[in-house]
Unconditional design. Structure first.
Length: 313
């Protein structure tokens, strides 16, 4: 049977007020008496300030998805997005002259919100009515639905995988098993080619020519170049730090990044912190409890990507 997906916790609140607080705090910490800040310290300050201003004290569970609330259909999700658009249009019309905004836009927003609220309420009622009817004659399942409505049920689903013919639910064991599986894929592929002699590669350096210190020249990067690279980053792309947050702080961090990246290029160093990626298993097909039915997707640090673009250009 197909295992239900677990709730996805929201760890950060990137509201407008929190982002503004983050940029203010970051500006204070990076611009006040910090002319010679090291790159490692810069990363630590950036992460620590982001955590202090935007990280939730308690993870918040997302409500607007089909797994947590099965009555929420794709049409309702789209309607919620439309409601948000109406709200944004009305909010933009609010100013000092008209603090309550445009009356027509506000009426359009409130009417749509009221109608959507009744649709969601009807969808939820219809879902639970049909569920209770389907369990007619089964008191145990009927009461489980009633307790779910009362908020008395445990709804969080723990992931489970079959590892060495044993069903495992411990997240640390699952993470270690995925790590071992993904790192052993290449070795196992070589072993499957029976009869074909494949010599073991001791080091990647075998394929590299002898070093020549005069074979490359790298010009220094500028603040404007950093700003241009950040502005061209695509919003919504997978990243350890949201692209929108990086763009909001671009004018603050660009002068520091330009100086620090120039120093790193001069020393020939690519920081080890920028080499660490977050690997996520992505389901492909067939049995969801088997590790081989997943592929790895790695998310690398955004500042590492910026550094790579500087080196490339």
């Amino acid at each position: 049977p197909r295992t239900p997906k677990a709730k996805q916790p929201q760890l950060y609140d990137f509201s407008e007020s929190n982002i503004n607080l983050f940029t203010d705090e970051l500006s204070k910490k990076l611009t006040e008496d910090r002319p010679d800040i090291e790159f490692t310290e810069f990363l630590e300050i950036y992460q620590a300030t982001l955590h202090a201003t935007c990280k939730l004290s308690k993870p918040r569970m997302s409500k607007r998805n089909h797994n947590n609330n099965p009555w929420i259909t794709t049409s309702i999700v789209e309607s919620v997005k439309t409601k948000q658009e109406h709200y944004k249009k009305w909010k933009k019309s609010c100013n000092k002259t008209t603090p309550k905004g445009d009356n027509e836009l506000y009426h359009c927003y409130t009417t749509y919100r009221k109608r959507l609220k009744s649709i969601i309420k009807f969808a939820k009622s219809k879902y639970y009515c049909s569920k209770i009817l389907s369990y007619q004659g089964n008191m145990k399942k009927t009461w489980s639905v009633i307790n779910e409505l009362r908020g008395k049920s445990q709804r969080q689903v723990k992931p489970q995988f079959i590892i060495n013919n044993e069903r495992i639910t411990d997240r640390r064991k699952i993470a270690n098993a995925f790590n071992e599986y993904f790192t052993s894929i290449a070795t196992k592929m070589i072993q499957t080619y029976d009869g074909i002699p494949i010599e073991e590669i001791t080091s990647f350096a075998q394929f590299m020519p002898k070093t020549n210190p005069n074979s490359i020249f790298m010009s220094e990067c500028t603040t404007d170049e950093i700003l241009k690279i950040i502005s061209e980053l695509q919003n919504g792309k997978a990243s350890d730090i949201p692209i929108t947050i990086i763009k909001k702080t671009a004018t603050i961090i660009s002068p520091i990044l330009a100086k620090q990246l120039n120093n790193l290029m001069l020393q020939g160093i690519f920081p080890s912190q920028l080499k660490i990626g977050k690997v996520t298993p992505i389901y492909k097909k067939e049995d969801q409890e088997l590790l081989q039915n997943y592929r790895p997707v790695s998310v690398l640090p955004i500042f590492g990507k910026i550094f790579e673009k500087i080196i490339y250009t």
